[in-house]
Design a protein around this ligand. Structure first.
Ligand code: SAM
Length: 270
């Protein structure tokens, strides 16, 4: 009983800590502390971040008791606060593919968007539409930045099929990225392999608009984006046996009909 009570208290505490971490990440407080690299007083932190010191004081309390930030208490001086660089390695934007800070926003975001609709769904059995997550694509784009920017071209592609995929991409093949979201991965590939031809597919028009804008900002001419439900590729697509390589990053598991999407992949491959 005591063990279970401890466990529940721990869950509640960590839940609150997650919210505090999400705020610190979104407002880039960790990044500022990390860049400074030394212990800061509350006033110095408020000055460096441009944030309200009363709010920062409460937030620092959560971070210190949660073991994220270290506090040094001096009898006659102001308290100082320090983010160890080993914590910055995982919490800050500079962490690239090791960035766990970005994920601290996931629970707050999903709760704010969907908690009521999901509770309602338990009673009605109705699904929860994608449109209920207005900030989801922006969050996904942040994740994509963290996941793909430093890894996709440098590490992932050269590893596939013992380097053979990279060679074929360099020579020129046709590639489809299913559930491309805001297009970070497929644009990076199109930029790295100009002789290949790329199609980004998603069923979320807003994400595709941003993907097209990203491709324009890269100045790419070997890429197209289409609005296509992956579950209906076989019925609707002109792409039967068209592609040499089909990829999907983090985009099969959360679809309504993943098996149909995978059958679509088979249908599109040469
Ligand atoms: C987790 S996000 C991943 C986005 C991107 N691939 C990345 O790595 O950042 C999943 C994507 O799948 C898309 N998606 C979900 N269901 C889909 C469907 N039935 N057909 C096409 N895309 C779908 C969503 O719109 C979203 O952009």
């Amino acid at each position: 009983m005591a063990d279970f009570s401890d466990k529940l208290v721990q869950i509640l505490n960590y839940g609150s800590l997650n919210l505090g971490l999400g705020i610190g990440y979104a407002l880039e407080i960790f990044d500022v502390m990390d860049e400074k690299g030394s212990a800061l007083t509350l006033g110095e932190l408020a000055g460096a971040t441009g944030l309200n010191s009363r709010y920062l004081k409460e937030w620092l309390g959560i971070m210190v008791t949660g073991g994220i930030i270290e506090m040094t208490k001096k009898p006659d001086n102001d308290d100082t606060f320090f983010l160890p660089s080993s914590h910055g390695d995982l919490l800050c934007r500079r962490a690239g593919n090791n960035n766990l800070g970005v994920y601290t926003q996931e629970i707050p975001l999903l709760t704010a968007c969907a908690m009521n609709a999901v509770k309602q769904g338990f009673k009605t059995g109705q699904g929860v539409p994608f449109s209920i997550y207005p900030d989801f694509q922006a969050f996904m784009s942040e994740l994509a930045e963290a996941k793909h920017r430093k890894v996709l071209i440098q590490e992932f592609i050269p590893y596939v099929d013992q380097g053979r995929l990279e060679k074929r991409l360099q020579q020129g093949i046709r590639v489809c990225d299913i559930g491309c979201g805001q297009g970070v991965a497929v644009c990076l590939m199109a930029q790295a392999y100009p002789k290949s031809e790329f199609v980004g597919m998603d069923n979320h028009e807003k994400a595709l608009e941003q993907a097209r804008a990203l491709s324009e900002s890269f100045g790419l001419s070997n890429i197209a984006f289409i609005n296509q439900d992956a579950a209906e590729i076989r019925e609707a697509s002109k792409f039967g046996q068209y592609f040499d390589y089909v990829c999907a990053f983090d985009a099969i598991h959360d679809q309504s009909h993943p098996l149909d999407a995978l059958k679509g992949v088979k249908y599109m491959l040469r």
